[in-house]
Design a protein around this ligand. Structure first.
Ligand code: PHE
Length: 340
């Protein structure tokens, strides 16, 4: 029996010495420690040993088993450590490699300009409201004090969707929707797309406007000019100022055309301002009392100011863009210039 154990011990050492990887190690386990393995066989032989000798032989077998197991664990540890070392070596990250660049888009100049405009007015406490692009005649014209056969309808060439349903020609119907929904004090911006049958270097059939509406007690033209001064200074530079010229819109009385002093020449006169020192930037005025009344707001108690700014116009002035169609052709050579 001892002879058998000695031989098995030699076999075991030889097998262990040949093991190179985890797979071989697990084969080795099966061979010696498995249910039908060599150590199990050894146990079976215990039956043949005489009763007296059995405890002593059993002890020897157990000791052999324990020492064999210890050898197995030790080798297993070594193999694990070697495997870890190999992986660490192979999987290191070369931090000196240049990073892969993710191609990234950028905001459209109209979006950049719109966001900038919203930021300025948000700083003055304006909220944002958005109305529908497909409007009814009522909101776009009639309740804005432009009756059915009012000649002022000719000021805006309208796209019709159906009788009395149109593509909004301006963001001013947003005024009506806001005043229907809430009562003064009101301070909102209505940005959005508008549509007119008009197309040349400075006009596009689809363009963007930013409507402003403030309704409260004692609102005057001074409030309008004060806010617009801050607006143009933020967009065009600290030293510019505004000038109000009398104008006409059916929904404001008085109505004004707002000019900004030329930020290119400082007012001396240049090509940009057509040698006048001033550039027209937007329209506005004091909300017509009929419009307030149309929305259930008492014009004796409240007054309002409104303005409508063309976003393309501001973007074109700001970036020196001379043709509005550049903004809608989506030519990457143009758009890439607005990357930040
Ligand atoms: N809605 C006018 C336009 O599109 C602009 C405007 C807005 C004028 C608000 C006065 C008040 O031309």
């Amino acid at each position: 029996m001892e002879e058998l154990i000695k031989k098995l011990g030699e076999q075991l050492d030889a097998s262990l010495a040949n093991i190179r990887g985890k797979e071989e190690l697990s084969d080795f386990w099966q061979e010696f420690f498995g249910k039908k393995g060599k150590i199990a066989d050894l146990m079976k032989n215990l039956g043949k040993v005489s009763k007296e000798e059995r405890p002593a032989v059993g002890k020897i077998i157990n000791e052999f088993k324990e020492s064999a197991e210890a050898k197995y664990r030790e080798l297993e540890k070594k193999l694990d450590a070697a495997e870890l070392e190999r992986r660490n070596r192979e999987e290191t990250i070369d931090i000196t490699l240049p990073a892969k660049k993710q191609p990234k888009g950028s905001l459209h100049p109209i979006t950049i300009t719109k966001n900038e405009m919203i930021n300025v007015f948000a700083g003055m406490g304006f909220e944002i409201f958005e109305g529908p692009e497909i409007e009814d005649d009522d909101h776009n014209f009639t309740r804005l004090n432009v009756a059915k056969n009012h000649p002022a309808r000719d000021m805006q060439d309208t796209f019709y969707v159906a009788e009395d349903i149109i593509l909004r020609t301006h963001t001013s119907p947003g005024q009506i929707r806001v005043m229907d929904a809430k009562k003064p004090p009101i301070k909102v911006l209505v940005p959005g797309r508008v549509f007119r049958s008009d197309s040349d270097a400075t006009h596009s059939p689809m363009f963007h406007q930013m409507e402003g509406l403030v309704v409260d007690k004692h609102i005057t033209l001074c409030d309008l000019q004060g806010m617009l001064d801050k607006f143009v200074q933020n967009i065009f530079g600290e030293n510019v100022k505004t000038r109000l010229r009398p104008s006409y819109f059916p929904f404001t009385e008085p109505s004004v055309e707002v000019d900004v002093s030329c930020f290119e020449c400082g007012g001396k006169g240049c090509g940009l301002c057509k040698h006048t020192g001033w550039i027209e930037v937007l329209g506005g005025g004091i909300v017509h009392r009929n419009v307030l009344a149309n929305c259930g707001i008492d014009p004796e108690e409240y007054s309002g100011l409104a303005f409508g700014i063309g976003i393309e116009r501001i973007a074109m002035l700001k970036y020196g863009i001379n043709n509005i169609s550049l903004l809608f052709e989506n030519d990457l050579r143009f758009l890439r210039q607005f990357r930040d």
